[in-house]
Design a protein. Sequence first.
Length: 335
Amino acid sequence: MGLDIGVIGIGMIGQEHVRRLDGGPGGSRVVAVADADAERAAGVAAQLPAAKALPSGEELVASDAVDAVVVTSWGPTHEPYVLASIAAGKPVFCEKPLATTQEACRRIVAAEVAAGRRLVQVGFNRRYDPAHRALKRAVDGGAIGAPLLVHCAHRNASVPPHYTRDMSIADTAVHEIDELRWLLDQEIAAVQVFTPRKSSRGGELQDPLLLLLEMADGVLADVEVSVNVHYGYEIRCEVSGETGTVELADPAPVRIRREGAVAGLVPADWRERFALSYDVELREWVDTVVGGRPFQGPSAWDGLAAQVVSDAALRSLHAGGRVAVELPERPGLYR
Ligand code: NAP
């Protein structure tokens, strides 16, 4: 048995996911696409053996041909498509962020709780990256004793002109926010954002930013967000524990020694660095849906929790100071 999927929003990552899902794992096919740009949707559908371009995301969710929905449109548009999928009883994979306000995330959580079963998975792909999984195994296995400090960096070569100061947190650091909750198996209790000397490459952007996150058990995590580093895309994470440290290794496949220097390639962007994570993420999602198994991936609750922390960080960025994170009670569906 295969899985017939509809994809809403076929821009950069939407087209990446379509490529992975059509004729992909578990007999998945893309049978419908929809995009704000109807021509783009028609162009993508024309290249797929079984897909139709539908006039809207709402029609795609309602279509009898679609068993499961993938939402890869722009963040502020996620909520109505995710809510419609829950109402239709269809599994929905939604790219991060789940929604761009915590109120919208709460509405999604409430709808899923009312439905009484998990249908939503959020695209926090770090959890599927083999290097991040090895990092978590080392921490969970006690290889470095109790974790005390975490140092993360999220560096982009550049960002598009529409990228705003708030997106450094809501769109970029949100990956580390989820990663830290997952890696350390606990919630974030407070956050403070620091604004160091500005890079001359960032124009009006406040770039870089430094986030200091306090975990519930007192572990402190610092996150550098730099979005104009020019040299490539780099993700770092080092956990410092009572008896040792563990860090993500350099992802370069080869190291070149010549003319008195050592060099390794730096990935150009997230597509290159995290290609394998998207493969694993979508394969596991399809297998879970096809097998009728309970969802283990990042949930609507994880989407809400990340959004609450992101909002607290934005308050700190705008007004300064340490901001406590106040999460609602976690519903039983997500325990
Ligand atoms: P993008 O290239 O701008 O693609 C978004 C697409 O959605 C565009 O084709 C856009 O059309 C379309 N769209 C906008 N509003 C729509 C609506 N109401 N209904 C249907 N389609 C709509 O953006 P992207 O970089 O692919 O990002 C999409 C999402 O994926 C974002 O939430 C982003 O944060 C997330 N993302 C996640 C990762 C990851 O590593 N997990 C990486 C990249 C992106 P127009 O261009 O005509 O507006």
